[in-house]
Design a protein. Sequence first.
Length: 383
Amino acid sequence: MLTQKSTALAPTEGTEKPPVLVVDDEYGPRESIAFSLSGEFSVDTAERAKEALGKLKLRQYSAVVMDIRMPEMDGIRALEELRKIDPYVSVIMLTGYGTLQTAQQAMVNGANQYLRKPPDIAELVESVRKQTQATRLRRTQAQAAAEAQGMNETLRREIEQNEPQIWQARASVELVHDLNNPLTVVIGYAALVADEAAVLARRDPEAAKKVIEYATMVEKAAEYCHHLSENWRHASKQALEFQRVDLVKIAKEVRDVIFFGNAAIECIGLDEAWVRGSKFELMRVLQNLFKNSLEAGTTRLMASFTRQGDQLEMTIADNGAGMDPDRVKKALHGGYSSKATGTGLGLSICRHLAGTHGATFSLESALGKGTTVRLVFPVASQG
């Protein structure tokens, strides 16, 4: 039986409930969990793992609550098969006494959370609520990435057809290349804002903070897009206006706005790193470097900041696939990409923009050992 402390909030009438799948071979716990969640979620149940996998092939769920110990196929094996069907859905594993180590193994294999069995009602409902939100965010990110990939494919074909054209054409391609990511972010966060607004009526006032947070992200991404377009429009009329900016703050903003706060990106070293430059042009550099690393399969990307005398060094190191010397040379030259839908412009853009800021740009990479990009800037004096 479940431990009861509070009851679930009922959804606003007319609002579609997020679908949740409860998987447990024991009838009593399975139905108790389903009943506790039914006030806020549209609950489906399965008695065996194979039955659950069959249901997952037929529809998308916002969350799956699954017992670890089941006959025929246990929760760990079921989790492996589930991820082949739906890599984005949140999975909450239920573990009884003595199976904590197994639950931790489930987290390593792709579970999002585990709860003791029998779970506390309030904790269960809150966990499912948070995990359904996490599922929606991951699906939104995946859709945005797919849209960006489609735009990059179109862009790549245009490059192949128009490579001999004059420098203005190349500059236009670079602009479109850099607009792809923030524009898809705008679309993704706008969808999240709409979703949050739809359920706001059945939430406590804390939910309003999420709407404000998403709206702020939309505003920042839109501001970035505006700068890119304005920079191109005035490119032949005026030079960039430089001011004193903090590289650490810019790196964190790129991580949070452009890459949805991706946990793989870490900023270490100095708390502040002041240089003279254009905030948005430096955002372009970091956007391209972070994107290249993440698309190379990195699971950890370290942006470190150190100072040596009157120089500031920013190092972007990842544990991705890496490149051999020939690919490094081609990538730095520009127009080469190992990705089928890549444009090969990213590193070329970074080198050019680093140069306009008086920074040196170097790249080291080895197959299977990841890639390290090092930029050294003059320190910006105060005043």
